[in-house]
Design a protein around this ligand. Structure first.
Ligand code: PLP
Ligand code: SF4
Length: 362
């Protein structure tokens, strides 16, 4: 098993039919019918590694819910294909230019596993819309001639699905552009295919520093020894590793699960970055939570745990990502501000700077 357990082996042995899936989990005949109905609309495939984390008997297992199609995906009453208007903000196919100084560059429409909650469900895993080399070259050219771009977020799909050579061609080209200061890579492989994070890949990436990686863990069950090793390899290559999670109903929308995810990430030296409100994408409605769920979670974390364990809660939109939290500012005027702490205690601080601030009694 040891020698077989390469990322290539994982990729060629992915599970994408019910009979293979039944080697990992119990699937009732009703569920099998539902999967068959849902897969006509949205592709699914699961790495043997990720499937091995599934609970055999529990259909509500958080790993199963992220990976196995549900009939609920066909109930799309208010979801949209592209609520973030990425298509209309793309000067070249797959390159999204929303902020003046940075772009998101989708270089692959494939992933190791197709997450049921994927925000780019409209093209990820859909074979008709494969990212072409022509599109990638056009994107690189656009970055080259647009001098305001100092930060390129290489994403997808999953860029780590590309071979080391292809990925290196893209990164090398971006690195040769003077105004590109940092290159970020967004990949879920540390979670769904940790075997992908080889020493060879990390050595290649380290040639093009500053490189940053953001990954995507949603549940503490995903924080395995293999995942920790993958993170460690990147960190040793000098690559800071951050995490973005999606807030998903029934998976991570309660304080204890979220806390144990965040604490587990810190133990792996992965820094929590964003917690996304689930985008209103067609086929993801069963994962949506009210805005108050995320706000409550942040209230239950901030102050109660390590400051940098707490991600920013983000609502993404066509006008950019908007971080949300309930205000700690009770009142503000020219003379003083009233502030609220995590336990709801308030204090008043002076805030004039043109005269000596009065010292507060502590
Ligand atoms: C998320 C995103 C970025 C990066 O945003 P940060 O807040 O800097 O991480 C850039 N461009 C687009 C289109 C994005 O969606
Ligand atoms: S890894 Fe990311 S892009 Fe790929 S299916 Fe999952 S959420 Fe979508």
């Amino acid at each position: 098993m040891e020698t077989l357990d390469t990322w290539q082996w994982q990729m060629t042995n992915r599970i994408s039919n019910i009979s293979s899936l039944r080697k990992y989990v119990d699937i009732s005949d009703q569920e099998a019918l539902e999967i068959t109905a849902a897969e006509t609309r949205f592709r699914w495939t699961i790495t043997p590694y990720y499937a091995s984390l599934m609970d055999k008997h529990d259909p509500h297992c958080p790993i199963r819910m992220q990976a196995i199609p549900s009939i609920l995906e066909l109930q799309n009453n208010s979801g949209m294909q592209d609520p973030l208007q990425e298509e209309s903000q793309s000067p070249t196919p797959g390159l999204i230019h929303r902020y003046p100084d940075r772009v998101a560059f989708t270089v692959s429409s494939e992933c190791a596993m197709y997450c049921r909650h994927c925000t780019r469900k409209r093209f990820v895993g859909q074979p008709v819309q494969r990212t072409t080399w022509q599109a990638i070259e056009a994107g690189i050219e656009y970055v080259r001639k647009t001098e305001s771009i100092r930060d390129v977020l290489v994403t997808g799909g999953d860029p780590f699905i590309l071979s080391d050579d292809k990925l290196e061609r893209i990164i090398k080209a971006l690195r040769s552009i003077d105004h590109v200061e940092i290159i970020r890579l967004g990949t879920r492989t540390p979670c769904t295919l940790p075997q992908r994070i080889t020493d060879k890949l990390c050595d290649m990436l380290a040639k093009y520093h500053p490189i940053w990686v953001n990954t995507h863990f949603n549940h503490p069950k995903e924080l395995t020894e293999e995942a920790a090793k993958a993170a460690d390899r990147m960190l040793r290559a000098g690559i800071p590793v951050g995490n973005q999670s999606v807030l998903l109903k029934g998976i991570n929308d309660d304080r204890d699960t979220m806390k144990s995810l965040l604490h587990g990430l810190l133990k792996m030296r992965i820094r929590p970055y964003y917690l996304y409100q689930c985008d209103r994408i067609v086929g993801t409605e069963h994962f949506w939570t009210p805005l108050t769920t995320g706000l409550d979670l942040i209230d239950q974390l901030q102050g109660y745990t390590t400051g940098f364990a707490v991600p920013q809660f983000i609502v993404d939109s066509p006008i950019g990502k908007i971080p949300l939290c309930r205000s700690k500012l009770v009142e503000l005027n020219d003379d003083y501000a009233i502030l609220r702490n995590y336990e709801n205690h308030t204090m008043t601080i002076p805030c004039r700077v043109d005269k000596e601030p009065a010292l507060l009694a502590i």
